[in-house]
Design a binder for this molecule. Structure first.
Ligand SMILES: [Zn+2]
Length: 282
């Protein structure tokens, strides 16, 4: 959940100093997403940008009140591998504070801007544990020019950090050969490629490997009317191609497969609710 001017591809032409002057479209997108999920009786995990939570606290409350899980997508949408651990900690705490103030809940799931937890920013996981997160979904096990850890485990796994464990939930991929994987976890791949590509990939992981998949989309990906601020051919193609057909594809996806929040698909018992273990008894 972020504005159309937050993606890394757009920040190259519109810097953070201009954000406050730009009109918001997130609220309208959020209500369409809530309607879409409601039609299919699906609960989801919404990774909310702290900056957006400060601007639209009532929107975050509305999503939480509808029974969805609230996760954190940083405060300022900066690439983690460009930050120092100190700045990353500050940004994460600021994001948490903004979301807690908005909805009264403390997120336990984190997703980094542009999947920017890579080999050179694995230190971030320790900071996330210190900040109270039990799940992270920021590692994309593919090769990409801006993100990804090729060869990283493709399914949910517990990673040990000096501060404690965290469950890493990678975005869905299919195995093509011993060394090659292809992304099938939504986002640009769902938007740019035909629906059957993603659906066949998910079926393969579900049926052949008996594993769930983690699929995502950005709030702005269902909004063809958004101002198109990204410049440069590659950035514009990556950001704006297929916006018009995205909602229809999501409808098909939600009808064909069964989805739920990260917290219910990947439950962790101890400390997961923000309450002390054993504090609740019948
Ligand atoms: Zn983002």
């Amino acid at each position: 959940m972020e504005e159309y001017f937050h993606p890394t591809e757009v920040q190259a032409s519109v810097g953070p100093d201009r954000w406050v002057s730009l009109s918001s479209r997130l609220e309208g997108q959020a209500s369409r997403i809530l309607d879409l999920l409601d039609q299919h009786h699906v609960k989801a995990t919404f990774f909310v940008l702290g900056w957006a939570a400060r601007r639209l606290p009532h929107m975050v409350r509305q999503i939480a009140d509808a029974g969805h899980e609230i996760g954190c997508h940083s405060y300022n949408h900066q690439l983690v591998y460009n930050l120092t651990p100190k700045v990353f900690r500050e940004d994460t705490k600021r994001g948490l504070g903004a979301i807690e103030d908005a909805c009264g809940r403390s997120p336990r799931a984190y997703r980094a801007p542009s999947y920017s937890i890579t080999r050179r920013s694995m230190w971030a996981l320790e900071v996330l544990v210190e900040c109270g997160f039990t799940r992270d979904s920021s590692i994309y096990p593919i090769a990409h020019d801006r993100y990804g850890i090729p060869g990283f485990g493709r399914h949910a796994q517990t990673l040990e950090t000096p501060s404690g464990p965290i469950l890493e939930v990678p975005i869905a991929t299919v195995k093509l050969s011993a060394r090659q994987v292809a992304p099938v976890g939504g986002g640009g791949y769902l938007r740019l490629l035909p629906y059957c590509y993603t659906a066949a990939g998910i079926r393969r992981v579900n049926d052949d490997e008996s594993q769930p998949v983690c699929v995502y989309f950005h709030s702005w990906e269902i909004d063809p009317q958004q101002p198109r601020l990204a410049s440069g051919l590659v950035s514009r193609l990556r950001t704006y191609t297929g916006l018009g057909g995205m909602e229809k594809k999501l409808n098909r996806l939600l009808a064909e497969f069964e989805f739920s929040t990260m917290a219910s698909v990947y439950p962790i018992t101890a400390g997961d609710t923000g309450r002390r273990q054993g504090a609740v008894s019948a």
